[in-house]
Ligand binder design. Structure first.
Ligand code: ZN
Length: 42
């Protein structure tokens, strides 16, 4: 299964990813980008 961060596009296997739902779709985001999502940088 391919994991790719939908924010930065990283697919580094050593990075930690978490699942989230955006627009009814499941997406993966790496922990480095998670703070960006939390703080809502649009
Ligand atoms: Zn990322």
């Amino acid at each position: 299964m391919e994991v790719k961060c939908f924010v930065c596009g990283a697919d580094d296997k050593e990075r930690v990813y978490v699942s989230c739902i955006q627009g009814g779709e499941e997406k993966k985001v790496c922990v480095l980008c998670l703070p960006v999502l939390i703080h809502g940088a649009h």
